[in-house]
Design a protein around this ligand. Structure first.
Ligand code: G6P
Ligand code: MG
Length: 220
């Protein structure tokens, strides 16, 4: 029986995965590193600092900067990203998401956010979705990021529901791995082949098919 749905944020609730890509691409260009969408798949779900490290390794510059310089770069990326967030409005919520959250609320099934992003509360406010979530896991409250299960397990624990009664929803390969490591059913949003390879139980091309009826059948 379905007792909770634990959502990733960027790329599941709204298109902010694209904003992260734009902001990283700009920073990478400033460093003389080219990144494309295929490489970006490896950054999805990954923390700010770890993403920067991956970009530097990708560009052959893993040892080129001091920790202080890396801090400054990560901050520069975040400032650009936050400036892109200023345009976010409730209408930017992905199709069907608000309806699903309202259905879950009506049925008394908690919805939780398990995102690595420190900007999650601001994004939920901009989309006017804050009160539709029972809990937003603070990314700093867990030791390990995705693909480790910690963020999803912390979310389930907070609302007092066992992983076996949860469904996780993710657009990132690392996120699908995290959901499966947590012992939950994993719904992928996006490209079927990659997300299935990461262990997704089912993959939808976008959020339009993500209804309470669909989720309940998965956990029947
Ligand atoms: C999510 C996104 C990543 C992002 C991370 C940290 O996991 O998928 O692309 O790097 O959050 O986000 P933040 O907003 O804290 O930099
Ligand atoms: Mg995501």
């Amino acid at each position: 029986e379905l007792k909770a749905v634990i959502f990733d944020l960027d790329g599941v609730i709204t298109d902010t995965a694209e904003y992260h890509f734009i902001a990283w691409k700009q920073l990478a260009e400033e460093l003389g590193i080219a990144i494309d969408r295929a490489f970006n798949e490896q950054l999805k779900g990954i923390s700010r600092m770890e993403s920067l490290e991956r970009i530097l390794v990708h560009g052959g510059k893993a040892d080129a900067y001091t920790p202080e310089e890396k801090e400054e770069m990560a901050q520069r990326k975040n400032e650009h990203y936050v400036s892109l967030l200023e345009r976010l409005k409730p209408e930017d919520t992905y199709p069907g998401i608000r309806e699903l959250l309202l259905e879950l609320q009506r049925e008394g099934i908690p919805a939780v956010i398990a995102s690595a992003s420190k900007n999650a509360p601001q994004i939920l406010r901009a989309l006017e979705l804050t009160e539709l979530f029972s809990y937003v896991v603070p990314p700093d409250s867990v030791k390990r990021g995705k693909p480790a299960p910690d963020l999803f397990l912390r979310g389930a624990e907070e609302i007092g529901v066992g992983p076996e009664a949860c469904i996780g929803v993710e657009d990132a390969q690392a996120g699908i791995e995290a959901i499966k490591a947590a012992g939950m059913i994993a719904v992928g949003i996006g490209e079927e082949a990659a997300l299935t390879a990461s262990g997704a139980d089912v993959v939808l091309p976008d959020t339009t098919g993500l209804t309470l009826r669909f989720l309940r059948e998965l956990r029947a």
